[in-house]
Write a protein that binds this ligand. Structure first.
Ligand code: BTN
Length: 279
């Protein structure tokens, strides 16, 4: 494919074609700045881009989160990346986000073995009770999914908006310093290729077990976006969240959920730790 005006020849010190080769993907577009890597990839997808085409940007001016929220994507602070997954149109839409969540946790743990990242259904990557990353999957035609992944790498607590300070984390805050975006991208894409190249029709028992081990909601009392309150009891083979409400199991396939019990008390108090060190 020919280089697009505005895209970079080199990213992280190497030609972008070399990253495509190293990552085993057909095409990489890297930008200094974009409104949103998902939006750029959607245009490419609609023009017929191949499975596992990748778009990344050093900063996003209109990064998108789930549910119409903004995703803060400051320059140099994290990995803001999208890749295209083409699969059978019958693959349940709840499956790809869970598999990419699993890929992200595997990748982060490989880079930083002391980290134990978890998945908070449907799209959050959490560590020590704080959100370290998020996944936004958007349909781009039959069987095509634009997968956007945002991972906070280098922020300190003071770099987050006041509203996020108590809830956000980065790799550095979690004690994993000096991890480059290219390393994270490489591990993420390699883990994603082993899970969604192509996406399976359902989670098999081995994957369900791995998801179970990573799922931070099981056993917690949750409230869904439509106000249903119950106890999360796991994730179904198609990626739906299973919530027990008054003895009956409901399968949640849309919207988000929040934990409403006190099980989140393990959350790290990064601000306090930082103060304690300087006092
Ligand atoms: C969420 O947790 O709400 C999902 C956040 C997804 C953010 C990523 S950053 C790369 C890609 N481009 C976007 O505009 N959003 C996703």
């Amino acid at each position: 494919m020919t280089r697009v005006p505005g895209s970079l020849d080199r990213w992280e010190g190497r030609p972008v074609e070399e990253w495509a080769r190293r990552w085993g993907v057909p095409h990489v577009e890297a930008y200094d700045e974009l409104p949103s890597t998902n939006e750029r990839l959607r245009v490419l997808a609609e023009a017929g881009a191949a499975h596992f085409t990748v778009v990344t940007a050093d900063c996003q001016t209109a990064g998108k989160g789930r549910g119409g929220k903004r995703w803060d994507s400051p320059r140099g602070m994290g990995l803001w990346i999208s890749f295209l997954v083409r699969g059978d149109p019958e693959v349940p839409p709840t499956l790809v986000p869970i598999l990419v969540g699993l890929a992200a946790t595997r990748a982060l743990e490989r880079l930083c073995p002391s980290l134990r990242p978890g998945i908070k259904w449907p799209n959050d990557i959490e560590v020590e009770g704080r959100k370290l990353g998020g996944i936004l999957c958007e349909g781009a035609g039959p069987g095509a999914v634009v997968v956007g992944v945002g991972l906070n790498l280098h922020q300190g607590i003071e770099d987050f908006d006041p509203g996020l300070k108590g809830r956000a984390a980065s790799m550095e805050m979690a004690g994993c310093r000096g991890v480059s975006r290219s390393k994270v991208a490489g591990e993420l894409l390699s883990a994603a290729r082993s899970l969604v190249d192509p996406p399976p029709p359902l989670l098999d028992e081995r994957l369900r077990q791995e998801v179970r081990d990573r799922d931070i909601l099981t056993g917690r009392v949750v409230r869904t976006e439509v106000g249903v309150v119950g106890r999360a009891i796991g994730i179904a083979a198609d990626g739906a969240l299973l919530v027990e409400v008054e003895g009956r199991v409901q399968e949640i396939r849309a919207g988000g959920v929040m934990a409403v019990d006190s099980g989140g008390s393990a959350r790290m108090e990064y601000g306090k730790h930082r103060r304690a060190r300087t006092e």
